[in-house]
Design a protein. Structure first.
Length: 412
């Protein structure tokens, strides 16, 4: 289960904004212009197909190499990081994302090319980093591309990468044309590699679908309240901080930052610059760094606290008293899970008392269903916020401009 609590004053929210956000999302879902709403159902077919593929290659392949960046990798990493502790016998996943030569060299040193499935992921099919790394892998591992059973492509139906895959008789999965890259983790982009690796992606999709059904039944209006409050106060509070109390949330935070930043940082229909700057922190580590800025710095931030009620690991702090270190003895015989949750609650209370607007997300535990719910929660939250900002949530004109400048640099 997931529990959501808005600690800000919901009485200050214009109820018309809630209806505006809800109706905008319902229109998007019914119009078929935005396809991620349908993924929890339509991607079930990918689970079956990828499961069959896994059974065919299970003995030969022990590693999956994801060649992709941004929306083609961040969501996969987030889900893997959250589920890996409870699913330890899955295949190793290596990510080749950035065009940093040091990182590329390090990652390929972990690859046995004879026992690796290479999955090339690009929504557009023309992502420069992805294609460049793919070409390097072909050369460095002397991969035979034609009719290869070790190369799999995930892309748009009509992309140049898809045409390349068909020309060389490679396995290929399609990203729906109406699903943007940063909203694509529940499409073939995430479902195929995670299924092949051995994760229970059917439960992941069922979790997402159950939250969607609850949202459409108006049982999740806390999401609309949060969106309405943060968007209507975005000039006062232009920064949203996700303060997540577990190292397992690190990759999820990076996925959220892309989803939030690339979707909402736009010019609205009046040409005004709008958006919410996302920042992802890990507790309790960042209590010793960024927290000072939140408490005593400018009151221009909202904070989302995320924590887990019950950890898989019940590690106990020993009943041990050390000379000069007796100051910490009050924690003896308590669990580390108790400690990190107490740190979360104490920090949240101190921030609230300082006048910062806060909401809270509590996981009863981390499993496939709760991860699926959280993925769709943040996607819905992003869409609702984009609708209230009156921006096109699903384009990225600023990013495309940078790509054009990069191409012109090398052409000239």
């Amino acid at each position: 289960m997931l529990y959501f609590t808005n600690h800000f004053d919901t009485a200050l929210i214009d109820p018309l904004l809630l209806e505006k956000g809800f109706e905008a999302l319902r229109y998007e879902a019914n119009s078929n212009q935005v396809g991620y709403y349908n993924l929890p159902v339509v991607s079930q077919a990918f689970v079956a197909e990828a499961s069959l593929l896994r059974s065919e290659i299970d003995k030969e392949i022990n590693t999956i190499a994801i060649i992709g960046i941004g929306g083609s990798s961040l969501g996969i990493k987030a889900i893997e990081r959250l589920l890996r502790p409870s699913t330890p016998n899955t295949k190793k996943i290596i990510y080749l994302e950035n065009s940093d030569p040091v990182s590329i060299q390090h990652e390929i040193s972990e690859i046995d090319p004879k026992r690796t499935l290479f999955i090339i992921v690009s929504k557009s099919g023309a992502t420069i980093e992805t294609l460049s790394i793919f070409k390097y892998l072909i050369v460095i591992f002397t991969l035979i591309v034609k009719d290869s059973e070790q190369i799999l492509v995930i892309s748009d139906e009509d992309s140049i990468l898809s045409r390349f895959a068909d020309e060389n008789h490679l396995r290929r999965f399609v990203i729906p044309h109406n699903v943007g890259g940063r909203f694509s983790v529940l499409s073939a982009v995430g479902i195929v590699p995670l299924t092949i690796a051995g994760f229970d992606t059917q439960k992941l999709l069922l979790g997402a679908q159950s939250f969607l059904e609850s949202f459409w039944s108006r049982k999740e209006d806390h999401l609309l309240q949060k969106s309405a409050y943060y968007v209507s106060n975005s000039e006062r509070f232009p920064i949203n901080v996700l303060f997540a109390y577990s190292d397992m949330f690190e990759e999820f935070g990076k996925w959220m930052v892309q989803l939030w930043g690339e979707s909402l940082g736009k010019r609205n229909r009046n040409g005004e610059r709008v958006g919410l700057t996302p920042i992802a922190l890990i507790g309790s580590v960042d209590q010793h760094s960024f927290l000072q800025l939140i408490i005593d710095g400018p009151l221009n931030k909202t904070v989302t606290f995320m924590h887990i009620a019950h950890s898989m690991e019940e590690l106990m702090i020993p009943k041990l008293s050390l000379k000069y270190l007796e100051k910490s003895d009050f924690l003896n015989d308590h669990s580390f899970n108790e400690l990190i949750n107490a740190q979360c609650m104490a920090t949240m209370q101190s921030v609230i008392e300082d006048g910062v607007s806060v909401d809270e997300i509590l996981w009863s535990q981390i499993n496939e269903q709760t991860v699926g719910k959280m993925v769709i929660y943040y996607e819905l939250l992003t869409s609702a916020s984009g609708a209230l900002f009156e921006v096109n949530t699903y384009d990225q004109p600023g990013v495309e401009l940078g790509k054009q400048i990069l191409a012109n640099h090398f052409k000239n």
